[in-house]
Unconditional design. Structure first.
Ligand code: SAH
Length: 409
């Protein structure tokens, strides 16, 4: 095994196993930016990044890493195309190009998902289906997306095609299920556009229910092709447990789950809260969230399909209040509309989960200037080997009676 020696903080030489399986495609793919570091080094790198960006607000708890930081990605996407010799390739786009780097297996992706994608590559010539060629606009199959429920083992395969007609589709389904009987649903998604988005608007279910289910923190979640679901379920449980530990709910609070996706955090929180309102922009995710609440018989959660900023502004304008806001925005962080209405709503606690400590630092600067104090910072390693850093922050409102007047009160 590959070993590197480096000095630890005390200056002593220590031996730390370097990544035992460095990836041969590392440079071309560019997905695992930290893979030359051993896992403990990666954790130190992320800890340092969070301390640099957020340390001015509060001390930072030690990052929570994974015991086995491989093959954790339960959602795998592969682009399909032809190489120079007109052989079918599937994999990832070479960094900043549209050339496909062929991938058979990847150290962070689910093994079964990778096997299924290789099988599809082999099935295509048998059915005379061509991958889509971006330059000529010819061919059919653009991408394959595989999602696997970590606890349930259910597997969804999505064939993304440039046009609606998929010749021999029944035979395709038959061949794929013969090879992988563990697949529980197969969909065709149609993406005719000249776009870098993987999925198009329309989809057809070719086999099974059209969605998969998975269990997270004791709740069952329905996941469809387009809805967001955390890609590392083991660490998601670690993250959500921390978030709820920070929220310290006592069964009576009015909670907002902003940017709620399919309702995961909100539903887990609902078991310990008075009432939860989830807000999310993606219509499919909201549909899944409503179905999830029914499926888990949770009756104290409500979902709204809206821009989180606009929703919060309306709530503030109507004089509504909240005790706790759980927020988990995309990489860009929150907008000013959201943050200013958050301050108007004046919840006692805000638990801010972020996958981008840079935008989180910007948003924390705003909130701390408007009367909130950062009381805990907990990084969690959701994406080993990549430079992505997830962090959960607790904010508590200060001087409740002096600085704020609640609208409508
Ligand atoms: N909390 C969820 C999802 C977090 S990802 C989970 O952990 O699973 C961020 C989510 O924010 C995505 O589902 C995305 O669709 C949604 N989103 C992005 N911009 C938004 C906006 N302006 N208003 C509401 N939701 C938004």
């Amino acid at each position: 095994m590959n070993k590197t020696f480096h000095s630890d903080a005390s200056g002593k030489k220590s031996s730390v196993a370097a990544n035992p399986s460095p990836c041969p495609l590392a440079k071309k793919c560019g997905g695992c930016q930290l893979q030359n570091m051993s896992y403990p080094q990666q954790l130190r790198w992320k800890q340092g990044k969070v301390e640099r960006l957020l340390g001015k607000f509060h001390s930072v708890e030690p990052i929570l890493g994974m015991e086995y930081p491989y093959h954790y990605r339960n959602k795998v996407q592969a682009a399909f195309g032809l190489d120079r010799n007109r052989r079918i390739v599937s994999g990832v786009y070479q960094s900043s190009t549209h050339r496909i780097v062929s991938v058979d297996s990847c150290m962070i992706e689910d093994r079964k998902a990778d096997e299924i994608i290789v099988s599809i590559r082999r099935i295509l010539p048998l059915l005379r289906i061509q991958p889509f060629d971006e330059r000529t606009g010819q061919g059919l199959l653009r991408h394959v997306l595989v999602k696997r429920g970590f606890a349930s083992g259910q597997i969804m395969v999505v064939l993304v095609t440039a046009s609606p007609i998929l010749p021999s589709k029944n035979r395709f389904v038959e061949l794929l299920r013969e090879k992988h009987p563990e697949i529980t649903t197969i969909l065709q998604n149609i993406n005719p556009g000249f776009t870098s988005m993987v999925l198009g608007e329309h989809e057809k279910v070719l086999y099974g229910p059209g969605y998969i289910e998975d269990t997270l923190c004791g709740c069952v979640f329905r996941i469809s092709a387009k809805s967001f679901y955390q890609i590392n379920p083991l660490q998601t449980e670690v993250l959500y447990s921390k978030a709820l530990e920070m929220a310290q709910l006592n069964g009576t609070e009015r909670v907002i789950d902003a940017y709620c996706g399919i309702g995961t955090i909100g539903m887990i929180a609902a078991r310990q809260a008075g009432r939860v309102l989830g807000v999310e922009l993606n219509r499919d995710a909201v549909r899944d969230a409503i179905a999830n609440a029914k499926r888990n018989r949770i009756s104290n959660i409500y979902f709204h399909c809206a821009d989180a900023g606009e929703f919060m502004e309306e709530m503030a304008a109507e004089g509504e209040t909240a005790d706790v806001v759980l927020m988990d925005p995309p990489r860009a962080g929150s907008d000013l509309a959201f943050l200013s209405s958050l301050v108007k709503l004046a919840p006692q606690k805000v638990v801010y989960i972020s996958c981008n400590p840079e935008t989180q630092a910007r948003d924390l600067t705003y909130l701390t200037q408007k009367g909130y104090q950062v009381c805990a910072i907990q990084p969690v390693d959701m994406f080993p080997h990549t430079n992505h850093t997830e962090c959960c922050v607790l904010l508590i409102r200060q001087n409740r009676s002096h600085n704020f007047s609640r609208p409508g009160r």
